[in-house]
Ligand binder design. Structure first.
Ligand code: ZN
Length: 334
């Protein structure tokens, strides 16, 4: 369990690295000495001490990690700073934890837990365990499955950047006030673009020299290109309900340019919400070495207009279809 969780946490694109490192050290400790997390153990013995956890952060070459294992006061303040942040991240990543543990075949569901013992002795940190929840909120079981499934995609929630966090956690209601402002800006941009194109067209009529004509042609192309950048992904998003996030948004937090924008129907409210998400999967061809190696990318010319799952180890051969509703894929190179 702890090893699987460590691997899941390693894939998170969170802006705050320290709390995740705390979690990963905790996983490592739990894997080494699982008996210290048994619920029937004496409260004074249960869990791991702050200085053990912070000391273990030398694994990530965190500067000063070795010193934290000694200085009791610093350990206390560090853990008090990191632990609540880790709990918030845990909450956000709930879905990727569930998906990841399912994929690893783990039945137990860990919950972060800390205990404060009386008399100022240090806090103890660890996990409590729940049995796996019987029904999952997503309801993917209601969706009919085709007989052949070659891989299952797992959702990774994106929460590193503030803007993306907002987009991805709240959902972006297109009918809401923010949605209207957004639509207004878009319309204004579109009209301005059309007006500019028309202006350039009129200027073409007055052009007398070849150089003038060339200049006009260049600005015309530039304008069209800009328009494509701004609007093409929106058209794709509306027609396919999922698209690669525009390249303007990718560098905000992404490591691999594989962030997607997804429209999901909010049935309770009867409207669409926009989410920024990322999917990964294990490559069935690469086996153990293919863990989390599949990322979502453009289908290029071969699968024009489609999104496909590509393996980092063989992007053009280990190629799978991608369905964001069933979160399943099929091998495309038979
Ligand atoms: Zn592969």
């Amino acid at each position: 369990m702890a090893t699987a969780l460590d691997r899941i946490a390693a894939g998170w694109d969170e802006q705050q690295k320290r709390p995740i490192q705390v979690l990963r050290v905790l996983c490592e400790l739990a894997a080494q000495e699982p008996e210290r997390l048994r619920p029937d153990i004496d409260a004074e013995q249960w869990g791991f001490l702050g200085r053990e956890i912070l000391g273990g952060m030398s694994r990530f070459n965190v500067p000063g990690a070795a010193g934290w294992a000694v200085d009791q006061e610093k350990v206390k303040s560090r853990m008090q700073a990191h632990w609540p942040k880790l709990e918030a991240i845990w909450e956000r990543q709930q879905e990727s934890i569930e998906d990841g543990l399912d994929a690893a075949g783990v039945e137990l569901r860990p919950v972060l837990w800390s205990s404060v013992s009386a008399g100022g002795s240090p806090n103890r940190y660890g996990f409590r365990f729940d049995a796996r929840r019987a029904t999952r909120a997503g309801g993917s079981s209601r969706i009919g499955r085709l007989p052949r499934v070659d891989l299952e995609y797992r959702l990774q929630t994106i929460s590193g950047n503030r803007l993306i966090q907002w987009l991805s956690n709240q959902g972006f209601y297109l009918g809401g006030r923010a949605g209207k402002v957004y639509a207004g800006i878009n319309l204004a941009l579109f009209l301005a673009g059309v007006l500019l194109l028309w202006g350039v067209f009129v200027a073409m009529g007055h052009a007398t020299t070849t150089l003038d004509l060339l200049k006009i042609a260049i600005s015309w192309t530039t304008l069209l290109g800009l328009g494509y950048l701004v609007f093409a992904w929106q058209v794709r998003l509306v027609t396919n309900r999922v698209t690669l996030a525009p390249s303007l948004l990718q560098p905000l937090a992404s490591r691999y340019d594989d962030y997607l924008l997804e429209l999901r129907a909010d049935e309770a409210k009867g409207r669409n919400a926009l989410y920024m998400v990322r999917y990964v999967a294990d490559c069935p061809i690469c086996g153990d070495e293919g863990q989390d190696q599949i990322y979502i990318a453009s289908g290029r010319r071969e699968f024009h207009g489609r999104l496909v799952g590509r393996c980092r180890r063989a992007p053009n051969e280990h190629l799978f279809s991608f369905d964001h509703v069933t979160r399943q894929g099929r091998y495309l190179r038979d």
